[in-house]
Design a protein around this ligand. Structure first.
Ligand SMILES: [Ca+2]
Ligand SMILES: [Ca+2]
Length: 324
């Protein structure tokens, strides 16, 4: 058996033939207890689609001859690829850039930190998780001008199907070029068929000259004036257990932070209910001690240096865990 054509969401599995046979194929994410079974395949190759990126899978095949089936083969493995995205950026931020993005009341303020026409916030847990098939989410994007207020178009996409392409249907905010400082969509939805987990969002603010009302439709453009910001947003399945959902909804703020980090935990939980640690990219914990709880907030009081951190949380009652 072997796996070919491996990309982020699909793979072709091949196995050797037995004349006249049909096959059952079963596969799962490594660590999952449940096989997904595909019965009665009449060729020795099969394209699996709808896979998660950067994920380890295992699979087995058995042959059927009439009503007799063999035992499943030994297990083979493959890993899906990382999703890659087209480049987009502004080349010049001397006149204007994105100073703030807000989703459902959580603000990412980049007015002072913007240093180029592309800002990468991917891999950071900034905004609250959003449930599949939920609606009434709001997003706003604030423009900053260093002098004259020029006409800027703003568009935002979320790659809901995680295929690496920001399609027109995945645009959640579209504001034609104008001098309106904060533009918004007060009611965007998460599609029922979105993939769950970390999902990339792209925000583009591009200078357009006259006339006003011009729309930014290209998510892959390098342009002269303005800025692109990329984010990771988390989408979860509300039908999963309450505890997983609670952990997923834990918010960390401010983001970016200065000196202290607050971790907001679901109401009804206390810090006896969860264990947590915050590691930097070198896996050094910065929060194993020196924390306190105010209401449903954990504050990390260490003099935290700027950088990228990973928050690991475990529900002590259910042993469910999540890493942000
Ligand atoms: Ca910015
Ligand atoms: Ca897509």
């Amino acid at each position: 058996m072997n796996a070919t054509n491996i990309v982020s969401s699909s793979v072709t599995l091949n196995w050797s033939t037995t004349a006249g046979a049909t096959f059952d194929l079963r596969y799962r994410e490594v660590g999952s207890g449940t096989w997904i079974v595909i019965n009665d395949i009449d060729t020795t190759t099969y394209d699996l689609t709808g896979l998660n990126p950067e994920t380890d899978y295992e699979y087995e095949v058995r042959s059927l001859c009439g009503t007799n089936s063999s035992v499943y083969s030994t297990t083979d493995n493959f890993s899906t690829a990382v999703v890659s995205y087209c480049n987009a950026q502004g080349n010049n931020i001397s006149d204007e850039y994105i100073s703030r993005v807000e989703i459902d009341g959580v603000i990412n303020d980049t007015e002072s930190s913007t240093s180029s026409g592309y800002s990468n916030f991917k891999g950071m847990s900034i905004f609250n998780s959003m449930a599949l098939n939920s609606s009434n989410h709001n997003i706003s994007v604030t423009k900053f001008w260093t002098g004259t207020n020029y006409n800027e178009a703003v568009s935002v996409w979320i790659d809901f199907d995680q295929d690496g392409i920001f399609s027109a249907a995945e645009k959640i905010l579209e504001s034609g070029s104008s001098t309106i400082q904060t533009v918004s969509n007060p009611n965007f939805s998460i599609p029922v068929d979105a993939k769950t987990g970390d999902t990339v969002m792209r925000v583009i603010m591009k200078y357009y000259g006259n006339p006003t009302g011009q729309i930014q439709n290209d998510p892959c453009e390098t342009f002269t004036y303005g800025e692109v910001e990329d984010y990771t947003v988390n989408i979860f399945d509300e039908t999963l257990s309450v505890n997983t959902q609670d952990l997923e909804s834990i918010a960390v703020y401010p983001n970016p932070f200065k000196d202290t980090i607050d971790i907001k935990i679901p109401s009804g939980m206390t810090n006896n209910d969860i264990s947590y640690n915050v590691n930097n990219v070198l896996s050094r914990s910065i929060a194993s001690n020196n924390v306190q709880l105010n209401d449903n907030t954990i504050r990390i009081l260490n003099n935290v240096q700027s950088g990228t951190y990973f928050l690991g949380i475990q529900d002590q009652n259910t042993n469910q865990s999540v890493v942000k």
